[in-house]
Design a protein around this ligand. Structure first.
Ligand code: PMP
Length: 353
């Protein structure tokens, strides 16, 4: 830290992203990326016109992508803003709507407290129940913004749309932000409710179900006034927040949605097979509507299992936070990746005995 650093910088504990090691090839099951490549049209566009167009700034309105998303979700362009990864949408939303404070679960996406601290907002964590389930009636009075990842991460568990609606109705004077980064793997989206409630903001991403984590594209859907607030922040920071290549890739990805639907179906099938196999090895596995499984074994500590897998060339994600230190989050890879990972787990567990 320099002697010039502001108090905000001094007080920050930044978010720690999952490892992206460059030292050797791992079977990478640690950051919830898709194991499948982007669709054929996306690959074609990146090799041709879009690259040539990089001489020019991108469209600051992002009209093409917003219209494509609006058509996909049955809303209007004015109900959609696009951002540099959904992290940027979350950042803007905390800044725009968190002034009275923010409330979110004790076990959830680790970036939420960082955004609150960055913007010097008070935040309160609400414990998930013993079985890691989330109950909307635990979210207290209508005196703070509420942020819920649905499905939640890293647990993978999901709430039905009716529960989200009850939460939105119980907090009419504050924004309820639903982070749907993983919704395409079997969750129920709250997007239709944005047409009915002016305090609901839904955030989604191209990073998981659309194989574009490296392109950094996310978006938020809500009523026109909420979106205008986020656009004000976008134009006050970087109106060119999505580069030309990513804009083009994302727009084509929306048009090629059936390709991604097939991939999501495959990932869900692989997930269910992996869940059964893990259960067979003695793991406790939480129910998942995402592209990952959250699992613990009664005989091996979470950190130890993470380390043993890493030494054998498989990366998973371990969090040392108290209630979940015995778990690991395992991203769903290809069936071959999963078979290799399961084989190694069997070996590790066998050695323990
Ligand atoms: N929300 C949740 C719950 C996540 O797990 C992630 C991925 N780290 C994000 C948002 C951000 O994803 P991205 O910025 O790549 O869209």
């Amino acid at each position: 830290m320099s002697r010039f650093a502001s108090e905000t910088v001094r007080a920050l504990s930044p978010y720690e992203p999952g490892e992206q090691p460059q030292d050797r090839r791992y079977i990478k099951l640690n950051t919830n990326e898709s194991p499948y490549p982007p669709s054929p049209g996306v690959l074609r566009c990146l090799n041709g016109d879009a690259a040539a167009g990089c001489r020019l700034y991108p469209d600051p309105v992002c009209a093409g992508l917003r219209d494509a998303l609006a058509a996909q979700y049955g809303v209007r362009r004015e109900n959609v803003t696009v951002t540099n990864g959904s992290d940027e949408a979350l950042n803007f939303a905390f800044l725009a709507f968190g002034e009275d404070g923010v409330r979110f679960p004790d076990i959830t996406y680790g970036f939420y407290p960082v955004f609150a601290e960055l913007h010097r907002e008070k935040y309160q964590t609400v414990p998930l129940r013993e079985d890691f389930s989330l109950h909307v009636e635990d979210y207290g009075a209508d005196d703070a913004m509420i942020v819920i990842a649905n499905p939640n991460a890293p647990t993978g568990m999901a709430l039905p749309r009716s529960a989200i609606e009850a939460l939105v109705q119980a907090h009419p004077n504050h924004v309820v932000l639903i982070d749907e980064a993983y919704v395409d793997f079997g969750g129920e989206s709250a997007v239709p409710l944005t047409q009915k409630y002016d305090n609901l903001l839904v955030v989604q991403t191209f990073s998981k179900s659309r194989s574009l984590a490296g392109a950094r594209v996310g978006y938020a859907i809500g009523c026109e006034a909420l979106i205008r607030d986020l656009e004000t922040l976008r134009y006050s920071t970087n109106p060119y927040n999505i580069n030309r290549l990513s804009l083009c890739a994302a727009e084509i990805a929306v048009r090629e949605q059936p390709y991604y639907d097939d991939r999501c179906r495959q990932i869900c099938e692989t997930r269910e097979a992996a869940r059964q196999a893990l259960t067979g090895l003695g793991f406790e596995v939480l129910s998942s509507r995402t592209n990952f499984l959250f699992a613990r074994h009664p005989a091996i500590a979470g950190q130890r299992l993470y380390q043993e897998l890493k030494e054998r060339g498989v990366l998973v994600r371990h969090f040392s936070q108290p209630r979940i230190a015995d778990f690991n989050r395992i991203t769903i890879g290809t069936p071959e990746d999963m078979a290799a990972m399961l084989g190694l787990l069997e070996e590790i567990i066998h050695e323990k005995r």
